[in-house]
Structure formats: structure tokens, C-alpha cells
Write a protein that binds this ligand. Structure first.
Ligand SMILES: [Zn+2]
Ligand SMILES: [Zn+2]
Ligand SMILES: [Zn+2]
Length: 131
């Protein structure tokens, strides 16, 4: 039986310890079966971690957003924030927008349509940056 050295663990194993791979020279994968299993397991763990982290971040962002909006609405109710019509189109059906969630009392007044358009534009810009 022919032998082959695994490129991951460095152990010399017989060919039947390697999975088939039609495109490679000797018709076998570079990693042995054990290493394949180990790596698949690692990736699985990794992905779960990533997903958890992503969920936590989304939740954190949601929590911050909610707390900031709550603060602003309470300040508005106390008369500390002045109502204004939409700053973009002058429409009277305006709502609060936060340019910076670190400044809860720093609000921009926008109507629902302008508000959604602004966020869509921001998402689009963020998507381009990430590329
Ligand atoms: Zn190996
Ligand atoms: Zn907004
Ligand atoms: Zn508007």
C-alpha cells in the first residue's frame, strides 16, 4: 500500500487514510481523514461563535437605539426638545432621527418618507464601504 504524508498533521499514512480527490496528482486529498474531520469540527464551532457574536451585536445595537429613542421622546415630552417640520421637505408629519446615538438629545426632524430614504442611502453607502 502506497503511503502519503498529511500536510496538516505531518503523519505518514496509507492512501486509504485519505479521501479521494479526482483533481489532485495522486487522486487523494492533501489532508488525512482524521484532519478533515478535525477541521470540519473547528469550522463548525467557528461558525456558531460568529453567529452568536453577530446576534449579540445586532441585539446591542437594537438596545442602544431603543434607549436613545426613549430618552429623546421623554425629553420631548418634558419640552426639552423642540418639534420641527421635516428638515428635508418641510412636511409637518415629522419624526425624530438620530445622526449619532451617542447624542440622544441631538435630533434631526424628518418625515417618515425622508427618514426611510435617508436610512436606505446610509445602508447603501455602508454596503459599498464594506466591499
Ligand atoms: Zn492528518
Ligand atoms: Zn433615523
Ligand atoms: Zn420629508
Amino acid at each position: 500500500m502506497e503511503k502519503k504524508t498529511c500536510q496538516r498533521c505531518g503523519q505518514e499514512k496509507t492512501l486509504d487514510e485519505f479521501h479521494y480527490r479526482a483533481r489532485s496528482k495522486d487522486g487523494r486529498q492533501a489532508y488525512c481523514k482524521d484532519c478533515n474531520t478535525a477541521q470540519a469540527a473547528e469550522w463548525g464551532v467557528d461558525n456558531i461563535e460568529k453567529r452568536r457574536l453577530y446576534q449579540r451585536r445586532t441585539y446591542q445595537r437594537y438596545k442602544i437605539k431603543f434607549a436613545v429613542k426613549d430618552k429623546a421622546h421623554k425629553a420631548f415630552a418634558r419640552g426639552e426638545i423642540e418639534w420641527k417640520p421635516c428638515e428635508l421637505c418641510g412636511c409637518k408629519e415629522s419624526e425624530m432621527h438620530h445622526e449619532d446615538y451617542n447624542k440622544p438629545y441631538d435630533v434631526t426632524w424628518l418625515c417618515h418618507q425622508c427618514h426611510m430614504a435617508l436610512h436606505a442611502a446610509k445602508r447603501e453607502a455602508a454596503r459599498k464601504v464594506r466591499r
